[in-house]
Design a protein around this ligand. Structure first.
Ligand SMILES: Cc1cc2nc3c(=O)[nH]c(=O)nc-3n(C[C@H](O)[C@H](O)[C@H](O)COP(=O)(O)O)c2cc1C
Length: 447
């Protein structure tokens, strides 16, 4: 029996962040958002038959460190970022098969605008669009959309589910065979095949229909990355494909089980919903070369920028830390501030002990490794990386695959994935040698 196939995405969210843009092997003489970089990336990824290129997004400028945005701007902490949709159009015009995943927030966007945008992109790309829906976790994003505070965590997920209901109704509002474009009669559409939506809910009131023709995929592929119990329930409601965290294999197995049981509760077959696990990776001809390349991450962020990165990642201002402190004390303050309880400090507690005392310097030394994803980046030869991926794929139910990313230098590390890792997975019968589907949804279903 053939082995189940692995699906691969590539997450380019951090290509120009975290000092990666200045690492050897990165485009010389080109800076974000030069569209030529994105076009080249798309061509390379398609040469490797990857399922999709993906980017996360956020719409605020981080101001957690010292309560100011200065450090984020100075050191490029989640800054600058552009709207992904024009870049997607550019990348789609130089490729034919690869899909594109764009991130939008259901907490801030309106479903009518978003449904119309995704439909339009699906037309332009000929059926290669996926939308990653996020709830957004930062006050600096909320502040740009008229909110003083971020909406409560579970309420954000209630809104996401209603947002999805509205989008689905809009995407279905014109039947697939409604368009006529009949030159003789002049008839454009069969009116009996266009339906109102008439949605009235807690968050949205939308009459419909969507004023666009049905797109090649009908609905874009929906991605979701919730990690909390409520977030995983929302994944089961919303997602065709889930984006999972780069945590331990044991945690990933647990996540898979939690998603399966949430899908079963909703009467959905869990077999069809894959998880792409976020996987920071460096591949090279030899293990030694890969590890040397990974070590460059430790030089990517200047020491004075580490605090700003960590504060952004944790949603907590570390600029006021005393010379020496207990991790538990800080963790309690983080929880009280409603920031992320499962972030860097929690990870450090697991490493050093829950009540360990550390100095400010030690804290930031560890922080540098966390801020660059150094400890989570798997590095090795193609055979080693293929072993690693196969093991994780099988342990998590042989559905979905991996969202490779957080590489050190672009395009160097993407080229290595395409020229070294992909052929190794193909030799093992784990990865396609050519695209077989017409749309992204077809390619993702190819097992
Ligand atoms: C791999 C991955 C990528 C994510 N990308 C984004 C993103 O681009 N923008 C964003 O606001 N949140 C992003 N998130 C956050 C998730 O949407 C979600 O809020 C997070 O996993 C915490 O789960 P919870 O919301 O259920 O508490 C990402 C999460 C993961 C695991």
């Amino acid at each position: 029996m053939p082995k189940p196939r692995i699906h691969l995405g590539f997450d380019f969210s951090y290509t120009h962040m975290g000092g990666r843009w200045r690492m050897p092997g990165s485009w010389p003489g080109r800076t974000f958002p030069d569209v030529a970089m994105f076009e080249e990336m798309a061509r390379i990824a398609e040469r490797g038959c990857l399922d999709l290129l993906f980017s996360g997004d956020g719409t605020g400028v981080p101001d957690t460190w010292r309560g100011s945005r200065d450090a984020a701007i100075e050191w490029g902490v989640s800054w600058p970022r552009q709207d992904l949709n024009p870049l997607t159009v550019a990348m789609s015009r130089v490729t034919k098969h690869i899909g594109f995943g764009l991130t939008y927030s259901s907490t801030f966007m309106h479903p009518y605008y978003t449904a119309r945008l995704m439909n339009s992109l699906d037309h332009i790309t000929n059926g290669r669009i996926a939308m990653n829906l996020v709830t957004s976790t930062r006050k600096s994003d909320a502040a740009n959309f008229g909110f003083n505070e971020l909406m409560e965590h579970n309420t954000r997920y209630e809104r996401m589910e209603e947002f999805t209901d509205v989008c689905r109704a809009l995407w279905d509002s014109t039947e697939p065979d409604a368009m006529r474009w009949d030159r003789e009669t002049g008839r454009v559409t069969d009116p009996g095949k266009v339906h109102n939506v008439k949605h009235v809910g807690r968050f949205f009131k939308v009459e419909g229909p969507l004023n666009t023709p049905p797109s090649p995929q009908g609905r874009p592929v929906l991605i979701q990355a919730g990690g909390s119990p409520r977030g995983i329930r929302a994944s089961a409601y919303v997602a065709d494909l889930v984006f999972g965290p780069d945590t331990t294999l044991a945690q990933q197995v647990k996540h898979r089980h939690a998603l399966d049981s949430a899908l079963t509760d909703l009467g959905r077959a869990s077999k069809g919903v894959g998880i792409l696990w976020q996987t920071p990776i460096v591949v090279a001809e030899t293990e030694r070369e890969a590890k040397t390349q990974r070590d460059r991450l430790l030089t990517a962020i200047p020491p004075e920028a580490v605090g700003a990165y960590l504060s952004y990642n944790s949603g907590y201002d570390f600029s006021t830390l005393p010379e020496r402190f207990s991790l538990q004390e800080i963790q309690q303050q983080i929880i009280a501030a409603n920031a992320s309880p499962i972030g860097f400090v929690h990870e450090l507690q697991m490493q050093l002990g829950e009540t360990a005392e550390v100095t400010r310097d030690t804290f930031f030394e560890h922080g540098l490794r966390a801020a660059t994803s150094y400890d989570k980046t798997v590095a090795g030869s193609a055979a080693q990386m293929a072993d690693h991926l196969e093991e994780a794929f099988e342990a998590t139910g042989s559905r979905g695959g991996f969202m490779l990313g957080h590489t050190v230098s672009m395009p160097k590390d993407l080229i290595a994935i395409v020229d070294l890792l992909v052929p190794e997975l193909q030799r093992r019968g784990r990865f396609r040698t050519a695209y077989s589907g017409r749309t992204l949804r077809d390619n993702l279903a190819d097992t």
